[in-house]
Design a binder for this molecule. Structure first.
Ligand SMILES: [Zn+2]
Length: 281
């Protein structure tokens, strides 16, 4: 599930490799991932890639002279660069950008949901695009003070993942960040003390920055399907907490799992397992 560090490292590595390269053609095999109509996808044929950037968890591929391709991976998409062209039978391909030098930039999507999308926008349209326009401030490298930003009577676990509140954090990194800040996932944003808000901000920067540094050391092209995410808490339920040695616990939801250390984060309290309590009803 790609979040800010995974999208950022991908944008950096692939961006470096394709900047200045001419686009030969682009197509969207299978179910159409293109969510914009004007300009048509053919408008990028013959144009040059100026670079790849990131906003929140989205890629922005700048295409000269004045187009931007916005790509949202959703939960199971990947942006990858290949030396050769895809077989059109590859069912994971959602967008193929064929480059003049024979390589191919590919948006692939794994799993059964087909939710990843692409929009081709003109210069000036990017900031007004509905997803971009609603994004909160970037979580990295320099998020604003979190006290005012998270001042809502909602649990931190949901607030930090809400892209309209702060952009870039998802289900994996939120567990690491809250563990880093020694805060309960269910603590309400409006109940954060100034000291806690400061600690949380530091944990956001440290976790996302640490992940990026790790990826910078271990990743190079081609980017693998599954990134080596340096997670210490998320999906580590049953294992010892790296800080205190207590057992990491989990709360299971329908489509994700929240992991935390009771000793470090909840004064030793076990949070209710929603899956279990639903079964017992
Ligand atoms: Zn602990």
């Amino acid at each position: 599930m790609p979040e800010l560090p995974e999208v950022e490292i991908t944008a950096r590595l692939i961006g470096e490799a394709v900047s200045g390269v001419r686009i030969e053609s682009a197509l969207t095999p299978g179910i159409n991932a293109l969510r914009s109509f004007d300009p048509p996808l053919s408008a990028i044929e013959g144009a040059t890639i100026a670079g790849i950037g990131r906003r929140g968890k989205l890629f922005v591929i700048k295409v000269e002279p004045e187009l931007s391709m916005l790509i949202h991976l959703m939960s199971a998409g990947r942006l990858q660069l290949y030396e050769t062209r895809a077989s059109l039978r590859d069912r994971t391909s959602r967008l193929l950008v064929r480059l003049g030098d024979g390589r191919e930039l590919r948006l692939r999507e794994f799993g059964t949901k087909q939710a990843a999308w692409v929009k081709l926008l003109r210069a000036g349209e990017l900031e007004n695009e509905e997803t971009i326009a609603t994004l909160g401030p970037e979580a990295y490298p320099d998020p604003p003070p979190l006290g005012p930003l998270l001042d809502a009577p909602r649990p931190l676990h949901g607030l930090l993942r809400d892209q309209r509140v702060i952009a870039g954090i998802g289900r994996s990194w939120v567990d690491e960040i809250l563990h880093g800040a020694k805060l309960s996932p269910f603590k309400r944003g409006s109940e954060l003390s100034e000291e806690e808000a400061g600690r949380l901000r530091e944990a956001v920067v440290a976790c996302l920055g640490g992940a990026l540094e790790h990826y910078g050391q271990v990743l190079k092209l081609p980017i693998p399907d599954k990134l080596p995410m340096p997670l210490a808490v998320h999906r580590r339920n049953g294992e010892p907490c790296p800080r205190c040695g207590d057992q990491i616990e989990a709360v299971f939801y329908e489509d994700y799992v929240m992991c935390y250390c009771p000793t470090c984060q909840t004064d030793g309290k076990l949070l209710k397992d929603r899956r279990l309590s639903r079964l017992l009803k």
